[in-house]
Every structure is written in C-alpha cells, then in structure tokens.
Design a protein around this ligand. Structure first.
Ligand code: ITT
Length: 183
C-alpha cells in the first residue's frame, strides 16, 4: 500500500517510514493550515479537511509537541515555533533553577482513505524529563533535551529504532500500523 505522509519534517518522515515497513511511505511537502488551538486533535481534523486533493489514495498527517509540566504544558502546540525561535537551549534557559523537570511528548496522527473517505486518528504519549544539559546528536527538534521515562539517555543519544521503541510517535504509528493490517 502506498501512503502519502504530508509533512515538511524529514525526521518525522524517517521515523514513521521505519515502522510502516510493509507500506510504501512517500513524503509530500504540500503544507496545510495548522489552526491555533490547544488540541492536537482539532489541528489534525482541520488539516485533513483542508487537504482536498483526493488523487493520493491514502494520506497521513501528524501533529506533535512537547508539553512541559512546570510551564502548564508550554510549548505544546506551539512547539515548532518555539523550537525555531529559542530552540532547545532557550528551553533549558527558561528551566534554570526549576526542580520539576517532568514533560510529555504527544503525537496525533490523522489518516484518510481517499477511496472511501474514512478518517481515523491515532494518539501516542511519551512521559519523560527535560535534561539539565543537551546531549546527543541524532534525531531532530527537542531530542537532545528529552529523556523518556525508563531510560537515562536523551532521544538524541538513541538510534532511530530505539527512540521509536519509547516515543510518542512510535506509539501512534504502531497503532496506525495495526489498524492498516486489519483492513
Ligand atoms: P509538519 O510539516 O509535519 O507540521 P513540523 O516540524 O512543523 O512538521 P509540528 O507542527 O508537529 O511539526 O511541530 C512539532 C514540533 O515539536 C517539531 O517541529 C519539533 O520541534 C517538536 N517535536 C515533535 N516531535 C518531536 C520529536 O520526536 N523529537 C523532538 N522534537 C519533536
């Protein structure tokens, strides 16, 4: 099965492709509006609705973010903007002196079968901690400062496969994979 993953983020694409190994996953950098709301689900449903080109048989989009407890969930849905503006070092600066380092990565995948119009959503959550200093050089985004629960390495110190075994995206994509296998 050919699936078009509409994303500008190569890191996301590589991770998803690694799990959906029985599909032909193709990256499409089309761009779609991401509405301002605190819900990843709303962002995804609006995004899917705005992708009106039905010539691609199966499409997926993904919205994700880093939600930091000490900041009541910030940067959350604004993660892409915050990463581009202040980056991981900016987050570490904001967290100087803060004892509570708990944070959560969330991923929401939206899938549409353009043949029958079916839509399905898949969520993945990964609890963890913001490190004191950045470590590692694999992955993308906030990977160097996020340590998932159950590990003492940051995502950026892991291989793609190891990160996928812990990560929010690994979890949402494995749900999608199961769903596709049952169809
Ligand atoms: P799209 O084209 O798919 O929207 P994007 O990078 O803009 O790509 P998002 O809008 O979902 O993606 O932004 C989420 C941001 O959160 C992303 O740019 C990263 O900075 C960060 N992020 C999400 N998942 C991450 C992960 O697994 N590791 C590190 N940072 C992550």
């Amino acid at each position: 099965m050919k699936i078009y993953f509409i994303t500008s983020n190569k890191g996301k694409f590589e991770e998803v492709k690694d799990i959906l190994d029985s599909c032909d996953v193709v990256q499409k950098k089309i761009g779609y509006p991401e509405i301002q709301t605190s819900s990843l689900e709303e962002v995804i449903l609006f995004g899917l609705d705005s992708l009106t080109d039905t010539s691609m048989g199966h499409i997926i989009i993904e919205d994700s973010g880093l939600f930091i407890d000490a900041f009541q969930g910030f940067p959350g849905v604004y993660s892409a903007y915050v990463f581009q503006s202040i980056g991981s070092c900016g987050i570490l600066k904001l967290m100087e002196g803060i004892i509570d380092r708990q944070a959560v990565f969330r991923s929401m995948i939206g899938y549409r079968d353009n043949g029958c119009g079916d839509v399905a959503l898949f969520e993945g959550v990964c609890k963890g901690f913001i490190s004191e200093i950045p470590k590692g050089n694999t992955g993308f985004g906030f990977d160097p400062i996020f340590i998932p629960q159950g590990s003492n390495l940051t995502f950026a110190q892991m291989t793609k496969r190891k990160k996928n075994s812990y990560s929010h995206r690994g979890k949402s994509v494995r749900k999608l994979k199961k769903f596709l296998e049952r169809r």
